[in-house]
Design a protein around this ligand. Structure first.
Ligand code: DX5
Ligand code: ZN
Length: 220
């Protein structure tokens, strides 16, 4: 079985000490950097934009996983490629022509991800799952870090895993929002491949140790 990945969410980092926090993740056993881009329209919050991602990419030595919570993401696909994104995830709810968007992301040399809000059923991906490198299941309503985990996510992971297997796809399942040591094992056992963790990692006393323990917990 392939190993389960940990992706700390930089949204929970100390922005006044961003380089320090990026280096900390570089040194940890984390697998990816998860980067949340919010536009204040698709979600009720604005995080940070291109200049900050540019600065992060210059220091990040691991896969850069960019989660776009913006309307009409097609406008910025090539920009995010140039800024060093390895995986670009768009929201199903923000794309009128999802199939076209996925092809455009791949044409820029990135892996293509699709995020689903907590209210969005898995079955909307029935006809695109084979074109999707990763599905990001939102386990909170997107917009803010530090929210509590929505328990229905376990059912969605199982449904999504079944869809992926039924279609013979190789899509990864990422979980985003409220991930801690309390839900991590149940999520990976249900089929999750990548766990995003923001506050749980960055607000802990020793983030390097927290990542190490979380990674060991889900890779017994
Ligand atoms: C929420 C973001 C998440 C967030 C997770 O809209 O997409 O990536 O940073 O933060 P925690 O782990 O604190 O819920
Ligand atoms: Zn995210």
């Amino acid at each position: 079985m392939s190993s389960k990945l940990i992706a700390p969410s930089v949204l929970a980092a100390d922005f006044a000490n961003l380089q320090r926090d990026i280096e900390m993740i570089n040194q940890s056993e984390a697998d990816w950097f998860h980067i949340d881009i919010m536009d204040g329209v698709f979600v009720p919050n604005i995080s940070f934009g291109m200049p900050v991602l540019d600065a992060i990419s210059k220091h990040a030595k691991k896969t850069v996983d960019v989660h776009l919570m913006i309307v009409d993401p097609d406008r910025y696909i090539s920009t995010f490629a140039k800024l060093g994104s390895d995986i670009l995830t768009v929201h199903y709810e923000a794309c009128t022509h999802l199939h076209r968007t996925l092809q455009a992301i791949k044409a820029e040399g990135m892996k293509a991800g699709v995020a689903l809000n907590p209210h969005t059923n898995i079955n909307v991906l029935e006809d695109t799952i084979q074109d999707i490198d990763m599905v990001c299941l939102m386990s909170v309503n997107p917009g803010f870090g530090g929210q509590s985990f929505i328990e229905n996510t376990y059912n969605k992971v199982k449904q999504l895993k079944a869809l992926i297997e039924r279609k013979g796809a190789s899509t990864l399942i990422e979980i985003d929002g409220g991930v801690t040591d309390k839900n991590a094992t149940q999520l990976t056992e249900a089929g999750a491949d990548v766990l995003v963790a923001g506050s749980y990692v960055f607000k802990s006393e020793d983030p390097i140790l927290t990542v190490k323990n979380l990674k060991a917990q889900v890779n017994p």
